[in-house]
Design a protein around this ligand. Structure first.
Ligand code: SF4
Length: 359
């Protein structure tokens, strides 16, 4: 299958894809009803770049990452769509950014099976939001990282320990050998998050999902962790999917951005275009709701009207129409707009730019 064949839209990237999420629909079946978490999410993860996935809480960012890792809760069901990992050959610098050598349809794999267990950690890794709930309190930090290395890299315990100490050192932990023997509760929040990053990087994955990795940290530690991740990404050449609701973090970290609203991508472009020429009313509203450092203009911040609708309800028409300042009655409340390319490298889902409707 060719890379372009799976996607009707022209790619917004200069780079080839390492991961393709195509028309993914995920619902949660719970006691109180059906939560429509993802309603046809389509985007590529560019090889060797940082893609930011932004949007308010509840728009489906984390569910998308968990679906790729095949770590969705039992109540979730993938109803439609697929996720493909493009395995690439290693270049001389060790980065897996060469030609495609294999394709794996992650959605076809048994989420409890051996194949996905091998892919998790080795090819796809994830850093979770709150390390205290993700690290096992009864094992030392070093043992938890070394376990992943032993599992995926077929080395003995002594070699795994050496590699763990090296990676703890790489993520900026002073006295890495001492940290190896510490339990998670003995570390500060920033150190625990560094340990999570070390665990994520321990097998040099092709794609790292970072799910709000700095939300629980103070601003100084956040800046250090973001610098560290950017440096390591450049050094190791991996792709990062950076999930956040913080547009300041996006500006600092990302090359490209996908904006999500209620389980769909509504705008996707480069980070520069998103900040200087946002097109979707939701993106503009997000940008107007945050302060701009250095701005000479004195104007009030504009909060976005209303809240993200309950995913248990279903909205006719464009899901953003109850909150949209550009809402066109009789049009926006009748059909869901399709995502279309409005200029080179810029895709938007809105009737202001195209009359095309989603199938
Ligand atoms: Fe607003 Fe209509 Fe565009 Fe939806 S389709 S974002 S309601 S203008």
């Amino acid at each position: 299958m060719s890379q372009m064949a799976a996607s009707a839209l022209k790619s917004i990237y200069k780079e080839d894809a390492i991961l393709r999420i195509n028309n993914l629909q995920v619902f949660f079946y719970t006691d109180i009803g059906i939560s429509r978490a993802l309603n046809g999410v389509t985007f590529d993860v560019p090889t060797g770049k940082v893609l930011g996935v932004v949007g308010e809480s509840g728009c489906g960012k984390s569910v998308t990452a968990l679906a790729c890792m095949r770590l969705l809760a039992r109540s979730a069901k993938i109803l439609k769509g697929d996720i493909t990992l493009f395995r690439r050959s290693k270049k001389e610098n060790g980065n897996g950014n060469g030609a495609i050598v294999d394709e794996v349809k992650l959605t076809d794999l048994d989420p409890m099976g051996d194949e996905i267990r091998k892919i998790r950690g080795e090819e796809l890794a994830m850093i979770f939001q709150e390390p205290m709930t993700s690290l096992n309190p009864s094992y030392t930090v070093g043992d938890q990282i070394a376990e992943a290395i032993i599992l995926h890299q077929e080395v003995d315990a002594a070699e795994a320990k050496q590699r763990t100490i090296k990676i703890l050192d790489q993520v900026g932990m002073a006295n890495a050998a001492g940290i190896f023997a510490r339990y998670p509760h003995e570390l500060s929040g920033g150190m625990r998050q560094r340990a999570m990053i070390a665990m994520g990087l321990s097998c040099n994955p092709s794609v790292l999902f970072a799910d709000e990795p700095t939300t629980a940290l103070d601003v100084t530690t956040e800046a250090q962790i973001l610098d560290l991740m950017r440096d390591l990404q450049a050094q190791l050449g991996m792709s990062i999917v950076f999930i956040t609701h913080n547009l300041g973090v996006v500006a600092q970290m990302c090359d490209y951005v996908a904006v999500m609203y209620l389980g769909r991508i509504v705008e996707q472009t480069s980070v520069e275009t998103l900040f200087y020429s946002p097109k979707h009313p939701y993106t503009s509203a997000l940008l107007n709701s945050i302060p701009h450092a250095g701005s000479r203009e004195r104007k009030r911040l504009q909060p976005i009207r209303g809240v993200v609708p309950d995913p248990y309800s279903s909205i006719k028409g464009c899901p953003f129409h109850p909150r949209c300042n550009s809402y066109m009655p009789g049009k926006c409340d009748q059909a869901v707009p399709a995502i279309t390319q409005i200029e080179e490298g810029h895709n938007v889902r809105c009737f202001l730019y195209s009359d095309e409707v989603e199938e």
